[in-house]
Write a protein that binds this ligand. Structure first.
Ligand code: ADP
Length: 166
């Protein structure tokens, strides 16, 4: 049974992430999407919210499991009995960091390898931070994230703005 983990912050999940997940689901028997608990200091969405959105969005893909984790990806991979860490590569700017991470991970555990899927051209510019930036300015994010995420983001920013008015 081939199993890979796909670790990330997913704050929030974008169409770029979903594209990677869908393509990877055809390459492996099972993909475990790992939502990193302490990835960013102050994430927009809590880890439960991020897991919840991913679970709902991936519900039509049978071989996907979504869980949260903390600590090293290699330890999470071992815990999940996976020997592949899946990552997405967008532009050359991703490369240096990803190479460093992959090599560090191999030193930490030589039995786990990192595999990269290159982004689909449609999503090569897309990142969770860009989505948050556009949404925080009231822009249209419908080309970046699924409907469910749009609704959750609207709610998040409305709640925040209401908090400010008080
Ligand atoms: P991290 O904080 O670990 O970089 P992200 O949630 O930003 O987590 O991304 C998780 C993984 O998905 C990373 O490997 C990242 O390069 C990849 N990724 C992010 N956006 C895209 C995209 N638009 N196309 C392909 N891969 C992407």
């Amino acid at each position: 049974m081939s199993r890979a983990i796909y670790p990330g912050s997913f704050d929030p999940v974008t169409l770029g992430h979903i594209d990677v997940i869908k393509r990877a689901s055809k390459l492996f028997d099972e993909i475990v999407v790992g939502v990193l608990i302490n990835s960013v200091k102050s994430p927009l969405f809590s880890v439960e919210e991020r897991v919840d959105m991913l679970t709902e969005i991936c519900s039509d893909i049978p071989n996907i499991k979504v869980v949260s984790f903390d600590g090293f990806s290699v330890d999470f991979a071992k815990e999940q009995k996976a020997n592949v860490i899946l990552r997405g590569l967008r532009a050359i700017t991703d490369f240096e960091y990803e190479l460093q991470m992959a090599q560090t991970n191999r030193v930490l555990n030589s039995e786990v390898d990192t595999l990269f899927l290159t982004t689909s051209i449609d999503y090569s510019y897309l990142s969770s931070s860009i989505v948050k930036e556009v949404a925080s300015l009231g822009g249209d994010i419908s080309k970046f994230v699924p409907k469910l995420v749009i609704d959750r983001m609207d709610k998040k920013y409305n709640d925040k703005n209401q908090g400010k008015d008080k």
